[in-house]
Design a protein. Structure first.
Lengths: 120, 110
């Protein structure tokens, strides 16, 4: 059974940093690209970032480019999202999602999400 | 503003059909597969349709998808109270080199 468990969400001040983690199980982690998608309170889904199965290719939304990095630890079956220079508009539930293959593939399994609040 | 355009809401009586549209451009829907996601209240999104018209295992055939040009459609037939949720279309945008979603459509069963 595929399981994705996010952690690391917290209340952080504007300009601060935070690292989210997503522990994956139930599938061959290194064979699948992974994505982060966020949802601001009461709003729709926003794609944030994606990383290929090998970790060699990464993609970012313009809204986070230069401030966020994505990485994966194949030995720990864990996906990360490192967030810097956080802004109020980054406040959202952050979901990690497994793709069906490539970074551009459909997102077939989602975690339960972790809440990031950026506020002073 | 979302890259893909969906109606904010649709509604119908139990047993009826609803259709949700998703409009994009040649850089996204026009040249990439479309997926649909269902988000029940207070839960994470769930894949409903992928590759325009395919259903993952366990998704009932009351849910169907189609694509034509730069638009896609999700049909829900035999509407049930349990179908009340937000529905999002999504795809890859080749020009942006990133994923894009519609703003979401709230389905209400009258």
């Amino acid at each position: 059974e595929v399981q994705l468990v996010e952690s690391g969400g917290d209340l952080v001040q504007p300009g601060g940093s935070l690292r989210l983690s997503c522990a994956a199980s139930g599938f061959t982690f290194s064979s699948y690209a992974m994505n982060w998608v966020r949802q601001a309170p009461g709003k729709g889904l926003e794609w944030v970032s994606g990383i290929s199965g090998s970790g060699g290719n990464t993609y970012f939304a313009d809204s986070v480019k230069g401030r966020f990095t994505i990485s994966r630890d194949q030995s720990k079956n864990t996906l990360y999202l490192q967030m810097y220079s956080l802004r109020a508009e980054d406040t959202a539930i952050y979901y990690c999602a497994k793709t069906r293959g490539y970074t551009s593939s459909p997102l077939d399994f989602w975690g339960q999400g972790t809440l990031v609040t950026v506020s002073s | 503003q979302s890259v893909l355009t969906q109606p904010p809401s649709v509604s119908a009586a139990p047993g009826q059909k609803v259709t949700i549209s998703c409009s994009g451009s040649s850089s996204n829907i026009g040249n990439n597969y479309v997926s649909w996601y269902q988000q029940l209240p207070g839960t994470a999104p769930k894949l409903l349709i992928y590759d325009n018209d395919k259903r993952p295992s366990g998704i009932p055939d009351r849910f169907s998808g189609s694509k034509s040009g730069t638009s896609a459609t999700l049909d829900i037939t035999g509407l049930q109270t349990g179908d009340e949720a937000d529905y999002f279309c999504g795809t890859w945008d080749t020009s942006l080199s990133g994923g894009v979603f519609g703003g979401g459509t709230k389905v209400t069963v009258l």
